[in-house]
Design a protein around this ligand. Structure first.
Ligand SMILES: [Zn+2]
Length: 169
């Protein structure tokens, strides 16, 4: 079976810094229903404590973070990102602590992609960190974490440029 074409999709549009997901009317409908990987960018305006792991409380400093995930179930990337964008939900995954606290600022979808490839690509950039070992990656043998700390200046254009190179777009 043919793989769907892999292309980055920035919601809600390709050019501007996308609108915050927490605003009504944010372009979830523009996300593909295909299975694939996605990256959520979240802007934390305060220090946030995260009860992750047994008897461990980590905290994140204010800043810009990227979470790489994948969704191959029903509804694909669109359904999964819609859940991430909701603020009222039970806390199931590590990243839920962040999305409940601050919402999602913008999203990149990579139909047919794998979240570990997003992580592997971005951590080549020495200015990108992995502040909490194991975050979102309890079952992953490849990545130290699926949550990355981005530099303040890291914008949609830079993310698109780095992923475009790696995913040969
Ligand atoms: Zn991984």
């Amino acid at each position: 079976m043919a793989q769907p074409p892999t292309s980055p999709l920035f919601a809600p549009n390709q050019d501007a810094e996308p609108q915050p997901a927490r605003q009504p009317g944010w372009g979830l409908d523009s996300l593909p229903r295909d299975g694939g990987a996605y990256a959520l960018v979240m802007d934390l305006d305060r220090r946030l404590a995260l009860p992750i792991g047994r008897q461990q409380v980590h905290s994140l400093a204010p800043g810009r973070y990227l979470y790489a995930g994948s969704a191959y179930g029903p509804g694909g990337i669109r359904a999964r990102v819609a859940r991430h964008a909701r603020r009222d939900k039970s806390l199931r995954w590590h990243v839920d602590h962040l999305t409940v606290a601050v919402g999602v600022s913008w999203v990149v979808a990579l139909p047919g992609g794998r979240e570990c490839d997003i992580v592997a690509t971005l951590i080549r950039d020495a200015s990108i960190g992995q502040p909490i070992p194991g975050f979102g990656a309890s079952d992953c043998r490849r990545c130290r974490a699926h949550l990355l700390a981005l530099p303040k200046t890291f914008d949609a254009a830079r993310l698109r440029a780095q992923l475009s190179q790696a995913f040969n777009l």
